[in-house]
Design a protein around this ligand. Structure first.
Ligand code: GDP
Length: 330
């Protein structure tokens, strides 16, 4: 299997779980999404992916990199959106039935949104109800994909109403009831937001994912190993060199033992002596700062601009040359 690592800033990540009844077309849809994302690759992506085809990340990679066990199949696709930006979409498989081992929960914890895939003839089936309920409990908003609209006996509008009724039954909040609908023929490889306006590819679905699934939130990123990149330096005669930058992943804490990775990849271990957060024009001492926020770190000497302050046990450097652009390895 082709393996690749697509590095994008957290803002360009979309982690989406697919909820579908068996035979409604999940396998077919994922295959087509992977295939078509390959068609929209640009040169930069080729470089990031090491020139490999397929852009598939196997579940073992994900397991290793996130340190969790995923039983389901997962894959990642890179998609260059209409806004010109390249997004990485992680498609997360969910078990098609209720289970009692917590697998549904674990899988859903990785997602920031869901694709609720429903057969345009059969409509929503009771077996997906459990997983859907769990996803709603986690505040995940579904994009409803009504699949197999090519079937002559399909009844897409009625099926949309049935999904609405199911969500009402599950006590979904108003913003969920206002769901985005995409009509699709996974078999024929196309999707559209408006049946009167057909399309010849899955771009409308890709765009719906990019536009409607939020990037991983701060809480998700805060659970990852620490990565902080030094974007500027300050100096105080009392504490010496002060590293200023942004926490890209994880949490940095006062007195924490961290790894400093320099531009040659050399790792040295240091202790965080003091942490300062920015408040208006002031710097205030704090105990911890989480992913997404800026801060100043004391105790890292002789640190340089571009260095990464990382988790002491899992030190992964951020790309040294791209100081102004936050990146995250996944
Ligand atoms: P899964 O069990 O949800 O993974 O479903 P599959 O992707 O295996 O699809 C189940 C069956 O539905 C297969 O025979 C597919 O060829 C068929 N199928 C999937 N998508 C479509 C579609 O868009 N239109 C039609 N007509 N058939 C489809």
């Amino acid at each position: 299997m082709a393996r690749s690592r697509i590095v994008v800033p957290p803002s360009h990540l979309r982690n989406v779980a697919i909820i579908a009844h068996v035979d409604h077309g999940k396998t077919t849809l994922v295959d087509k999404l992977v295939y078509q994302s390959g068609l929209y690759r640009n040169e930069e992506l080729d470089k990031l992916a090491g020139g490999q085809h397929g852009l598939i990340m196997d579940s073992n990679d994900l397991e290793r990199e996130r340190g969790i066990t995923i039983l389901a199949k997962n894959c990642a696709v890179a998609y260059q959106a209409a806004d010109g930006e390249t997004y990485r979409i992680n498609l997360i498989d969910t078990p098609g039935h209720a289970d009692f081992g917590g697998e549904v929960e674990r899988v859903l914890n990785m997602a920031s949104g869901t694709l609720l895939l429903v057969d345009a003839y059969e409509g929503p089936m009771p077996q997906t109800r459990f997983v859907l309920q769990k996803s709603l409990d986690r505040g995940l908003k579904p994009i409803v994909v009504v699949n197999k609209v090519d079937r002559p006996d399909s009844r897409p509008q009625e099926v949309v109403n049935e999904v609405f009724d199911l969500l009402v039954d599950l006590d979904a909040p108003d913003d969920v009831l206002d769901f985005q609908v995409i009509f699709a023929s996974a078999r024929d490889g196309w999707a559209t937001a408006d049946l009167a306006n057909p399309s010849s590819n899955l771009v409308p679905l890709f765009e719906a994912i990019v536009g409607h699934v939020p990037p991983p939130d701060k809480a998700d990123r805060a659970r990852e190993p620490l990565q902080f990149q030094v974007t500027s330096l300050d100096y105080s005669e009392f504490v010496g060199r002060i590293a200023i930058g942004r926490v890209h992943a994880g949490v940095i804490k006062k007195r924490q033992r961290v790894a400093v990775i320099d531009h040659l990849g050399e790792v040295t271990r240091k202790n965080v002596v003091q942490l300062l957060a920015f408040e208006g024009l002031e710097r205030v001492e704090v105990d911890e700062v989480a992913a997404g926020d800026l801060c100043a770190v004391v105790g890292m000497e002789p640190i340089e601009i571009g260095d990464t302050i990382a988790d002491a046990d899992e030190p992964h450097a951020l790309p040294h040359t791209r100081v102004d652009e936050p990146t995250l390895h996944m």
